[in-house]
Write a protein that binds this ligand. Sequence first.
Ligand code: PRP
Length: 210
Amino acid sequence: MARKRIILALAKGRIFNDTLVLLKRSGISIKKIDKKSRELIFELDGLTILSCKPSDVPKYVELGAADCGIVGSDCITESQCDIYEPLSLNFGHCRMIVAIKKNQKFEFKAGKEIKIATKYPNIASEYFKKKKMIPEIIYLNGSVELAPLIGLSDVIVDITETGETIRKNSLKIIDTIMNISAKFIVNKTSYRILTKDIQSLSDSIKKNGL
Ligand code: PRP
């Protein structure tokens, strides 16, 4: 019986270049992956690559559309998907933070309503509920830093890497919710059916990406 090809979902965007470097170092020929192409599926030796929006990668893996994935832990936590997370990788490092306007004062007050602009509604709600506050989420798809500047929200919950966007927009960080890195994730059923193949992919990634 022919060996099943492993389907690997990759997050386009911030971590895509480092992911390709990792695959290359792990002995996978990535020549067929054209970063500029609008193609979404690439057939490599023994591996099918899906090029996905980062926030969709955990869903593809949970539903079995992909056997494995490489994506930031921000997207994994936000998705609340039921998947294995066997490997943390040594790239894609950043932080999930809470920020406000630089000249503003802020107090965590139990029972107080708070407007939060974010691409991460689950993480943001959970964080402020733990602080016993009443979160109102303003879901935005990007440029979240704008929201407090124009009075759309009290705070933002977002990722920061260099801190440049926060600085350039006169905001300040008041707390770190979590540290983030890229992770290798696996569908639970695929892991049972394709144990040997997934283990061997995971081992070569582990050798080269930790
Ligand atoms: C992310 C994030 C911040 C920025 C932080 O946005 O949402 O806006 O990067 O990076 P920095 O700390 O290095 O400045 P992204 O570039 O993904 O675009 P977006 O604002 O459209 O989401």
